[in-house]
Design a protein around this ligand. Structure first.
Ligand SMILES: NC(=O)c1ccc[n+]([C@@H]2O[C@H](COP(=O)([O-])OP(=O)(O)OC[C@H]3O[C@@H](n4cnc5c(N)ncnc54)[C@H](OP(=O)(O)O)[C@@H]3O)[C@@H](O)[C@H]2O)c1
Length: 313
């Protein structure tokens, strides 16, 4: 049985790659739009069985091309997002203008579903440009496509992330590790395979017109995340609470780099707990309870950051 005809934006990212595998394994036909076929094509091609995946290069602001991509699809999924701004890749362009365009075209073309990945905690983080832009993007989508489903995940992690993998590299390199807000900010890490399963359920159960918070099975602080990573890579490092002024100064310099490790906007965002708000539906309400625990899952790949590799003592 052939499933739905699904268009994915942002398919080369962490969630995208896992999602494409999940969708094609479940007989859905997937078209992935990428901005660079040469660098991303080879990665994308191997994510789906032959015949189930098509890859198309496009500039995400070329409306005519977007129209042609969207017009014959059943579902459009937007996974494009950025954590810091650069040149034309502003929060406004990526989190507001682009979702505005594709949700409008998706409605005009009478797609069955529009699924958009936003982020948890954006209603509280009023001093973060990232959060404000994600919230504005959500509002545009709901206006254009009232039946859209918006997912707000906490941190998504896996071997393909930029979170646990970067932290483990830094924990290995640095003699000590700075923590902000005393490391007390809480997260509810969700494994990427659970996130993909949630998106698949939304398609297969035809869930529409919802904002759904997506969380893992536990709430853990940033300090506990670092401790679990250190334990997993068998390292001992001192975690030093940084005063906010120094952290801001550090972020001011770091954000000048092309791929900054920390920006002042991220520092603002880090102040807010990234756990269920209690005001919205969650993955639990749609029948999906995540069981994958952070420390068990990171163990499956953290050995690559251990001195000597997997079987080292
Ligand atoms: N990962 C998390 O912990 C987390 C938590 C909450 C919300 N989210 C949201 O979930 C979504 C997917 O996350 P992810 O972890 O899969 O992100 P990711 O790994 O960083 O992937 C982001 C995707 O966006 C694409 N992209 C970025 N800028 C683009 C541009 N100017 N033009 C075209 N494509 C562009 C990237 O394409 P290239 O490969 O070509 O760069 C990539 O496919 C994002 O909206 C993110 O904000 C993620």
């Amino acid at each position: 049985m052939i499933g739905k005809n699904i268009l994915v934006f942002g398919g080369s990212g962490q969630i995208g790659r896992h999602l494409i595998r999940r969708l094609t394994n479940n007989n859905h036909l997937v078209t992935v739009a990428t901005r660079n076929l040469h660098t991303k094509g080879s990665i994308l091609k191997t994510q789906g069985n032959p015949g189930y995946i098509q890859i198309v290069e496009t500039n995400i602001f070329e409306e005519e091309k977007l129209y042609n991509l969207i017009k014959d699809k059943d579902v459009c999924i937007n996974l494009i997002g950025i954590l810091y701004e650069s040149k034309k890749n502003t929060f406004k362009n990526i989190h507001v203008n682009f979702p505005n365009i594709i949700s409008r075209i998706s409605k005009e073309q009478k797609l069955e579903q529009f699924i958009h990945i936003s982020a948890l905690g954006i209603e509280k983080a009023k001093d973060s440009q990232y959060a404000l832009s994600k919230l504005e993007g959500e509002m545009k989508i709901i206006k254009n496509f009232p039946e859209a489903t918006i997912l707000r995940p906490s941190i998504i992690y896996s071997i393909d992330d930029n979170f646990t993998t970067n932290l483990m590299s830094l924990l290995n390199l640095m003699p000590f590790f700075p923590i902000y807000y005393n490391g007390k900010t809480k997260f509810s890490p969700l494994h990427v395979s659970d996130m993909s399963q949630i998106i698949l359920s939304i398609i297969e159960k035809n869930i529409c017109s919802e904002i759904i918070e997506c969380v893992g099975p536990e709430e853990i602080s940033f300090k506990q995340i670092l401790e679990k990573l250190l334990f997993s890579i068998d390292r001992k490092k001192i975690l030093i609470p940084f005063p906010l002024v120094i952290a801001k100064l550090l972020a001011f310099f770091l954000e000048k780099f092309p791929k900054p490790l920390l920006t002042r906007d991220q520092l603002n965002l880090l102040k807010y707990d990234n756990v269920l708000s209690g005001n919205r539906k969650s993955n639990i309400d749609i029948g999906f309870i995540s069981k994958l625990k952070f420390e068990n899952e990171i163990k499956k790949y953290s050995y690559m950051w251990k001195r000597g590799g997997e079987y080292s003592k």
